[in-house]
Design a protein around this ligand. Sequence first.
Ligand code: ATP
Length: 366
Amino acid sequence: PRPGDASAPAARVVARDLVVRFGETVAVDHLDLDLEPGSFTALLGPSGCGKSTTLGVLAGLQRPDSGSVSIDGVEVLGSPPERRPVGLVLQKPLLFPHLDVARNVGFGLRMAGALRSHERAEVADMLRRVRLDDLGTRRPHELSGGQEQRVSLARALLRRPRVLLLDEPFSQLDPELRADMRTLVRRLHDELGVTTLFVTHDRDEAVDVADRVLVLDRGRVVGGGTPEEVYTRPATLATARYFGPVNELAGEVADGCFTSPDGTLRVPTGAPAGSAVLVVRPEALLLADPAPGSARAARAGVVDAAVKEVRFAGTHVVVEVALADGTPLRAHLPVGSAVVPGEPARLVLPPDRCHVLPRQPSLPQQ
Ligand code: ATP
């Protein structure tokens, strides 16, 4: 379908073995990517991990050293950006200061001369979709940051691209406006059905907006899945750490059970036998019933600990404890929990909230 055809279907995007080097720096390191037609994926990772470079390759702004990119099975690496069915929104909107909003949006349709009437109708339709119907005659300097980004978005979507690439588009806006803009992008995605890749370094933003999250670390995809999967069952420690505070306990897996070095913690697991790390989020930990006579650590996932510190955090208390061998653990417990610094506490690590990963020698324990 030609660009501008409202019925243009969403595309499947496949990248294979992409490598991009800048001198000594390997910005993208044998990266594979699969975006299902109509999917909404967040590409998440710390500064410098290669997010923008990856997007640049997909958009045609950056030539990779090797690898391939196809859109619906058609190799696109040989095509210039304007020949790809791709819309791009960057962190800083690049608007033409001398053109009004409507002309900025319609720029891709007609670079010189007046817009034809059906083109004006397309621009008006897109301005309505991004809620800028009244501002078509304003110049960029008369717009707020959020309005400027909406003009960028309208421009990127005007030709009905089959792939929409967004590179930290809202990082310069205040948090409330960011949330509004995310909702708007999500709604436009749903209305137009465009395959969307949203680059961000903000995990809350990624989890909030996307159906699928890919975590990038040093140019490689180190984890992926639904927001819930990457949070609760991350594929790697790097992913687990990226999604906020996490407890990490070293141990061994044997006979379907994770055991800590001193044998006091046992958690059933499907992880393979060998050296392992158990990861569990602070909010998953519970305070055990101080049931009289319960044998010490007799139940799976129960540990005895010494309470080191209790901090009030509004919705919960942050409790820092240490196990007998000194391993620190953090628990988020309900306000008013019976925990006192200097006293013992028995904690439950619910097996279904624990996730066991094979030990990766490359990642030091934190
Ligand atoms: P940020 O979140 O800070 O935008 P990013 O994840 O988008 O970071 P990239 O901009 O893709 O990361 O950069 C990846 C790596 O490649 C970084 O080490 C960066 O310094 C390097 N890099 C990017 N562009 C160039 C360039 N044009 N020349 C040299 N090095 C570059």
